[in-house]
Design a protein around this ligand. Structure first.
Ligand code: TYC
Length: 86
């Protein structure tokens, strides 16, 4: 039998230095989230330490995670994200 592919969460981590507006911009661009949803996720991460940006197939989750990290690095912010099995 063909099993459905595993799903993976892209998890965003809080830090004290990345500006809130930058996080919202990355969330809207990389995850194609509406602005209100991006703000809600950013605030959740800011308040609780981490939050799920979305759930995807493995290669898509890894690509999005890399896009977040590359943008943060290019802008000089320590924003971190990771991929976890859902
Ligand atoms: N804590 C950051 C601040 O106060 C904002 C922030 C939110 C940073 C979410 C990272 O994943 C993050 N500027």
């Amino acid at each position: 039998m063909l099993k459905p592919p595993k799903r993976y969460k892209v998890v965003l981590l809080n830090d004290d230095y990345t500006p809130m507006e930058f996080v919202v911009e990355v969330l809207t661009d990389v995850f194609h989230l509406p602005h209100t949803r991006a703000i809600a996720i950013m605030l959740m991460v800011h308040e609780s330490g981490r939050g799920v940006c979305g759930v995807f197939q493995k290669d898509i989750a890894e690509t999005k995670c890399n896009q977040v990290m590359l943008r943060a690095e290019a802008a000089g912010f320590p924003l971190q994200c990771l991929v976890e099995e859902a």
